[in-house]
Design a protein around this ligand. Structure first.
Ligand SMILES: NC(=O)C1=CN([C@@H]2O[C@H](COP(=O)(O)OP(=O)(O)OC[C@H]3O[C@@H](n4cnc5c(N)ncnc54)[C@H](O)[C@@H]3O)[C@@H](O)[C@H]2O)C=CC1
Ligand SMILES: O=C([O-])CC(=O)C(=O)O
Length: 327
């Protein structure tokens, strides 16, 4: 058996945590022969709840779970972490946009960035989930100057999975056959779900759908607003699907994306596709050997380029609002 991998998870007592920890401990993220140590973090107000979750983890007797640490001290939770999944933050309620959470949540990520900088492994992979995810990733990265920007990514995988499922339902085909979906930009309602490059069994989906109004008036807004629709229906934000997306995201990052496919991750922009450098932006990426690179050379229509600019501008506004949280 390989030595255990240390996984720090913040907000572990919350609803995403409850859908996530048991799957990781069962081997869904790192495989059936990889032991893990869960380093669970939450705030003092949630300490009792966190202890309850730890009891349940013990009661599962997971063979791969070689240790569990539950702490309200990030120095302890992030210590020597190989992976850090930053979920802990306030969720939005009905009627809010995710960026309305910036004031409540931004500070969490500057503090946690500083601690990661001090005590996590230098090659730690940090996935930021707490909203607004792209800008919180930026705050975390900027507060951890000794770690490479490539150690950080923002979660757009839930949007990517939502887009895959909507396309599969329209085509009445298995979702697993669809490749090369993209969700560009911010994890917000300005994101651009893009199936113009997507394929099913080697054929371009747009050649099969032939329904531009469906794409413009149903597919794009349904994916953009899905988080709000779930909140409206459940009274709570997506949790099981978010946990599943975390597992998908980390698996692809660590083990690589599938051949002839890519995934969507929020990574630091480098000027690709006319998106100026310096924002965490949903791009199509191919991962190999633990490194992810932005897929190059895709054709973007002028109308989609305008939409990329809208979501970029929103990210810029978010960044301007959090300047005080940067060193
Ligand atoms: N990027 C994405 O695709 C998605 C992001 N989210 C976001 O994930 C976050 C968590 O969502 P839920 O689990 O549903 O919320 P929740 O309210 O059920 O749980 C949040 C947990 O975080 C803890 N917490 C609060 N401040 C913290 C801090 N400073 N350090 C550590 N833990 C802290 C709380 O005590 C609570 O246990 C929210 O911001 C939500 O909007 C949710 C779904 C998808
Ligand atoms: O919509 C929300 O607030 C939660 C979230 O990020 C999502 O479900 O995509």
């Amino acid at each position: 058996m390989p030595s255990p991998i240390r996984i720090a998870i913040t907000g572990a007592a919350g609803q995403i945590g409850y859908s996530l920890l048991f799957r990781i401990a069962a081997g869904d993220m790192l495989g059936n022969d990889q032991p893990v140590i869960l380093q669970l973090h939450d705030i003092p107000e949630s300490e009792d709840k966190l202890q309850g979750v730890v009891m349940e983890l013990q009661d599962c007797a997971f063979p791969l779970l070689s240790g569990t640490i539950a702490s309200t001290d990030p120095m302890q939770s992030f210590n020597q972490a190989d992976i850090a999944i930053l979920v802990g933050a306030r969720p939005r309620a009905k009627g809010m946009e995710r960026k309305d959470l910036l004031t409540a949540n931004g500070e969490i990520f500057s503090a946690q960035g500083r601690v990661l900088n001090q005590v996590a492994k230098r090659e730690v992979k940090v996935l930021v989930v707490g909203n607004p995810a792209n800008t919180n990733t930026y705050i975390t990265m900027r507060n951890a100057p000794d770690l490479s920007p490539s150690n950080f990514s923002a979660m757009l995988r839930l949007d990517h999975n939502r887009a895959l499922s909507q396309a599969a339902m329209k085509l009445e085909q298995p979702v697993g056959n669809i490749k090369k979906m993209i969700v560009w930009g911010n994890h917000s309602s300005t994101q651009l779900p893009d199936l113009t490059h997507a394929e099913i069994n080697g054929q371009r989906i747009i050649d099969l759908i032939h329904d531009a109004p469906w794409i413009e008036n149903y597919f794009i807004p349904t994916v953009q607003d899905r988080g709000a629709a779930v909140i409206e229906a459940r009274g709570l934000s997506s949790a099981a699907s978010a946990a599943n997306a975390i597992i998908n995201h980390m698996r692809d990052w660590i083990f690589g994306t599938k051949e002839n496919d890519w995934t969507t991750m929020g990574v630091l922009s480098d000027g690709s596709y006319g998106v100026p450098e310096g924002v965490f932006f949903g791009f199509p990426v191919i991962c190999q050997d633990g490194l992810c690179r932005i897929v190059q050379g895709l054709e973007i229509t002028p109308s989609y380029q305008d939409k990329l600019n809208i979501t970029y501008q929103e990210l810029l506004e978010e960044q301007n609002a959090i300047r005080h949280l940067l060193p």
